[in-house]
Design a protein around this ligand. Structure first.
Ligand SMILES: *[C@@H]1O[C@H](CO)[C@@H](O)[C@H](O)[C@H]1NC(C)=O
Ligand SMILES: *[C@@H]1O[C@H](CO)[C@@H](O)[C@H](O)[C@H]1NC(C)=O
Ligand SMILES: *[C@@H]1O[C@H](CO)[C@@H](O)[C@H](O)[C@H]1NC(C)=O
Ligand SMILES: *[C@@H]1O[C@H](CO)[C@@H](O)[C@H](O)[C@H]1NC(C)=O
Ligand SMILES: *[C@@H]1O[C@H](CO)[C@@H](O)[C@H](O)[C@H]1NC(C)=O
Ligand SMILES: *[C@@H]1O[C@H](CO)[C@@H](O)[C@H](O)[C@H]1NC(C)=O
Ligand SMILES: *[C@@H]1O[C@H](CO)[C@@H](O)[C@H](O)[C@H]1NC(C)=O
Ligand SMILES: *[C@@H]1O[C@H](CO)[C@@H](O)[C@H](O)[C@H]1NC(C)=O
Ligand SMILES: *[C@@H]1O[C@H](CO)[C@@H](O)[C@H](O)[C@H]1NC(C)=O
Length: 775
């Protein structure tokens, strides 16, 4: 081809279609900064931490030129008993390592338990994989508060290993930012008091950062800042050595109230009220991004942060998360976008703006797509990355026409508030990630996990993570079966069958309801709850039967024990929904006898739930509280952090502003919070029935607040940090109480309603009075 024609074509391709080359021009510089040697050593150390006794059988080599169109690649080859991993980055090598463990050795690494019994002779392998996309993103801005807030280095180290093993190469690193802000505020003449009334406590920092609240649960001490800077530096150093690109925050416009005093003539507006937080705790100022001062503060913050932490050139910035701009004027929105971005490039000309796309789904303001277009295309295409934050439920990439040319990442959010409850959309994840990537003019450049909280439903995260390299839909039947073999370390027919049922029920959610961990037992007691599931209860009970059948075979496996607790918890949670409805019906129809029976059964759900949860370390309140206290440097601080920890998972605000949002089905929470609340409610229902007086729900609501909810947050009693009791024995015992006879289940299926179970329980509990622990 004639060189001029070729150059012209090349030019055309690059200019007209920057996404055709995977945004190489715009994002090509977003690569690991550690050299090959450093990444190689970091992966060898990771392997040694993972399998200390077998690590000598692995070798690692990093060749950054192995990437294909900016996409990481790894090759694994066994020769003479040594498994050689060659990869384009540390993350790619770590992923290759896990890929081999997973698919060749049937091993399993998860948040709660790992199964690493490798064959004596490592299986032969010769495979090369290029990832589907440039990026694998991890975290939600809320994960820092719901899951990581009290972590020490040991927990971080383990989790960073998990990130690398699972291919995440673009990860938020949010510790220490308040320490940076404090320096900036002081330079701008804010007093200690100004700063103290602004910073929230540790458990609420995510929402301070988004401008939703201020001061609640605060202030932060020097000891906290020192600790978080120390952690941040260690975290960044480790992530970067593995080749992870760390994402640091940039200035989004939210400022302490004191700024109005210092800059009276600058245009700043109070943020809108968020979730009923009153003026003491809500509404910091929002500095209009088009003000000159925005550039000044934005640059000061990034300069200060870069000096302390360095940079990998990607900055998270969410100015309008659950808060709307003051006007929909298109020119204004475009200017806002430009200003925010130029405050980044003033410090870092290579800056890339990473934004959560949650606002485009959340707020009606952005229903007008022209507004979205003006806002996001004010940044050069490719210099902004949008996280399509809950793609498994509310994808925005089609509505917003591939974000009008801006690259985006397909994220599975899945969990809100770190609440428990088995659910997932395996089908949607399986199909839709691949479809999105293949759409015409797709600007998808990555996949990600964006849960608000972790430590639930590992199976669905494991499955989604594989979207990084899976390029056609998996056979879910086979995938779920092999998942059980890896997770439990052996093949068991009962458990394979159990997980097939779970796959087709709890993990087969295809709707678009908002699932928020709210069930009859976790919600605030009320006469007006709506219970709902998308699967047949009897399917869950069938799966539970099979777990019990498998318990003798698998009972020594920690992941099985975790899952046995979890499914028993789920069954009790579902029974909570079932008996809640019976309770309300018997109350409304004034059927006193039935009310007594159902109330007894309902309260026993909590007793059994507490019992099973207390047998496993992953379901205890104690570690959450103790790790919070451990972050405090003195008694006063320990008390404040304990209060933070207790409040976040219950009232979430002084008066229950978003009560139950981050509820936890943990031993200790059930016995000291969920159960006593319901006890009060039921006692009031009972006396209303007995005395034939009107039930005053708002007065009962008040009683629960003053007698249970608020006292729980101020309480100082300690809870076990170690499990008690034998999971398998107790699960069997609880199973014997709660499993329904096959025949009554049949009748439930036919008529759509439970017919015989109340009868069954009535007799069961009457014959076994010792287990009735109503008081
Ligand atoms: C693994 O770690 C142990 C303990 O830190 C160390 O003694 C050993 O040399 C390491 N092995 C390899 C192969 O790096
Ligand atoms: C990639 O780099 C390695 C050295 O790190 C070199 O041996 C190899 O030839 C390079 N491959 C290509 C295709 O440039
Ligand atoms: C902060 O105070 C100093 C000393 O009073 C003053 O010189 C400076 O202008 C003030 N800075 C700001 C941003 O108000
Ligand atoms: C931590 O507490 C000790 C003793 O209470 C005190 O001397 C020290 O200054 C505190 N450290 C910080 C950073 O506040
Ligand atoms: C906000 O609520 C807190 C806690 O209930 C209370 O102490 C404070 O006075 C309230 N502030 C306003 C402005 O109402
Ligand atoms: C202040 O900024 C808002 C946008 O945030 C704008 O609507 C308003 O007109 C501005 N006011 C002044 C006085 O500039
Ligand atoms: C999935 O795998 C199962 C078991 O191997 C097989 O029976 C089934 O036909 C497969 N489904 C599809 C759609 O390929
Ligand atoms: C309801 O009140 C009656 C009479 O005081 C009492 O016997 C019964 O145990 C109570 N039932 C419940 C569920 O509280
Ligand atoms: C319900 O109780 C509240 C006090 O908690 C009282 O103000 C209200 O009047 C009562 N409502 C009825 C209908 O009795």
């Amino acid at each position: 081809m004639n060189p001029t024609v070729r150059d012209f074509l090349l030019f055309t391709i690059l200019v007209v279609c920057s996404k055709c080359d995977n945004f190489e021009n715009e994002l090509g510089h977003i690569t690991p900064q550690a050299d090959a040697q450093t990444q190689q050593q970091a992966v060898l150390d990771l392997i040694n931490r993972t399998i200390p006794l077998r690590s000598a059988e692995f070798s690692v080599e990093i060749q950054s030129n192995l990437t294909r169109q900016g996409k990481d690649t790894f090759a694994i080859k066994e020769q003479s008993g040594i498994v050689h991993i060659t990869a384009s980055s540390g993350v790619a090598a770590a992923t290759g390592f896990q890929y081999y463990l997973k698919y060749y050795c049937n091993a399993h690494i998860s948040w709660e338990a790992s199964q690493l019994n490798l064959p004596d002779v490592l299986p032969h392998v010769d495979v090369e994989i290029t990832f589907n996309d440039r990026f694998r993103y991890y975290q939600n801005v809320c994960t820092a508060s719901y899951s990581f807030v009290w972590w020490d280095w040991n927990q971080w180290e383990k989790h960073i290993d998990w990130m690398a093993l699972n291919s995440f190469n673009l990860v938020l690193a949010f510790n220490g930012q308040e320490a940076i802000w404090e320096k900036v505020y002081k330079k701008l003449n804010l007093t200690e008091d100004d700063i103290n009334e602004h910073f929230t406590g540790p458990a609420f920092l995510s929402w301070l950062r988004m401008g939703n609240i201020r001061g609640w649960g605060g202030p932060l001490s020097k000891a906290w800042h020192d600790r978080s800077i120390y952690l941040q530096k260690r975290i960044l150093q480790r992530m970067r050595s593995l080749g992870i690109i760390t994402v640091l925050p940039a200035f989004a416009g939210h400022l302490p109230r004191a700024f109005k005093r210092i800059y009276p003539s600058v245009n700043m507006t109070k943020m809108a009220r968020w979730n009923d937080f009153n003026d003491t705790y809500c509404c910091p100022y929002f500095l209009d991004p088009t003000e000159d001062l925005f550039q000044v503060i934005g640059k000061m913050f990034l300069d200060e942060q870069t000096a302390e932490f360095g940079t990998d050139h990607v900055y998270n910035c969410d100015s309008f998360n659950e808060v709307d701009p003051s006007t929909g004027d298109l020119t204004y929105l475009s200017n806002v976008g430009k200003s925010i971005y130029s405050a980044m490039t003033a410090t870092d000309p290579d800056a890339i703006w990473l934004m959560q796309g949650w606002l485009f789904y959340y707020s009606d303001f952005w229903t007008t797509t022209e507004r979205v277009k003006s806002f996001i295309t004010s940044i050069p295409l490719g210099k902004m990355i949008i996280l399509d934050l809950q793609s498994e439920e509310f994808p925005q990439y089609d509505r917003l026409e591939q974000y009008f040319g801006q690259p985006y990442i397909w994220c599975m959010l899945h969990d809100f508030g770190g609440t428990l409850g088995m659910f997932g959309s395996a089908n949607k994840v399986n199909e839709n990630v691949i479809k999105a990537r293949q759409e015409a003019d797709s600007t998808m450049i990555g996949t990600g996990l964006s849960p608000e909280g972790i430590n639930q439903n590992y199976v669905i995260y494991d499955f989604m993570t594989e979207s990084a390299w899976r390029n056609e839909p998996a056979n879910l039947t086979e995938w779920f079966a092999s998942y059980t073999i890896r997770r439990y370390g052996r093949s068991d027919d009962y458990i394979i069958k159990a997980w097939q049922i779970l796959k087709d029920s709890v993990y087969n959610f295809n709707g678009i309801e908002k699932i928020r961990g709210r069930y009859a037992i976790t919600n605030t007691p009320s006469l007006k709850q709506n219970t709902w599931t998308w699967y047949e209860y009897s399917d869950l009970f069938d799966a539970w039967d099979l777990f019990i059948e498998a318990a003798d075979n698998l009972g020594s496996n920690p992941a099985f024990l975790h899952d046995l607790v979890d499914i028993t918890r789920q069954v009790l949670q579902v029974n909570g929904d079932i008996y809640y409805n019976k309770l309300i019906t018997s109350f409304k129809t004034k059927n006193k006898d039935e009310f007594q029976d159902v109330a007894t059964i309902f309260m026993n759900i909590f007793t059994d739930l507490e019992l099973i949860l207390s047998t496993n370390k992953d379901f205890l309140l104690g570690p959450w509280i103790e790790s919070a206290k451990a972050c405090g440097n003195d008694t006063e601080e320990k008390e404040l952090y304990e209060y933070n920890a207790r409040n976040q998972i219950t009232l979430w605000g002084p008066l229950g502003e978003i009560i139950n949002y981050a509820n936890k089905q943990w031993s200790g929470v059930v016995s000291h919070y969920f159960q006593p609340r319901w006890q009060i409610f039921i006692q009031n229902m009972n006396s209303s029935l007995e005395t034939d007086t009107k039930f005053n729900e708002s007065s009962v609501r008040r009683q629960m607040f003053t007698e249970v909810e608020e006292p729980f947050t101020f309480d100082k009693s300690t809870f076990p940090t170690e499990p008690t009791g034998n999971t398998v024995e107790l699960a069997k015992e609880i199973h014997s109480r709660w499993h329904l006879s096959k025949s009554s289940r049949r009748s439930e299926r036919a008529s759509g309603e439970y017919v015989e179970d109340v009868y069954y329980f009535k007799h069961y509990f009457k014959e076994n009075p010792s287990i009735i622990l109503l008081n």
